[in-house]
Write a protein that binds this ligand. Sequence first.
Ligand SMILES: [Zn+2]
Length: 273
Amino acid sequence: MPSEKKPKPEADDLPSPEQFCLAVPLYDPYRFDYESSGGFFSIEHFKGTLDFFCPECGSHSVFRLAREAKYQDTSHARNHIFSLPFVCSRDGSHRADFIFRAHKGVIQKIGQSPSLADIATPDLKKYRPVLGQERHRELVRGVGLATHGVGVGAFVYLRRVFEWLIDQARLAASAEPDWSDDAYIRARMEERITLLANYLPDFLVKNRGLYGILSVGVHTLTEKQCLDAFPAVKLAIELTLDDLLKAHERNEKLKAAAKALEALKGTVGKPEA
Ligand SMILES: [Zn+2]
């Protein structure tokens, strides 16, 4: 066999500027190619806006570019570092900065403020009444770890929350006359989801194949397998929590209505003084 030249590694599909800033963990490397795809022009010359949780406003806000990409050192063209500075549209003193480094055909995000965890976890606060303090903390920790690219650790936390939610569905299902706990206990995660189909979001039931990974011991999974499975597990958790939250809010409203009616009865029944 003739000796072959080592093929040039192909360029990766770069994330969109929004994804690169708001979802990609620090230091994740992406190979780029100037000739075929114009390098990282779309990142460096991004002119759009970013929509995310502003920790200083305490709510979602639109961030616009304060000015064009700023370069730290233009003398080292081969070690190209630039930052994208954004300001919150509500208050110009609320800043967000994303720093990138391009070197030897690889671009990475090497810094950002606010952190991915600061951006990603406030959205989870609304689930606290449903999850309780401890589970809520586990969910936040899992999402926080994943934003830092820690796969196995993140997966352990998310899996605990997921399994707890499945167990909540099992509690509801066990009231059915033909429910069999034995069959449930013997079943793998994928089959458990089928058994609980009436108590779980459609998305989760339809895509139950994705959750086979939850039956695999965490010690046998790689960082990458965990990070790859993470979004699907997180989405299923959020969808399940959305349903539970809706039921919880409805219950709270019913309670308040019953209380208001009770109070009204008290006044309506009384003759005027
Ligand atoms: Zn703000």
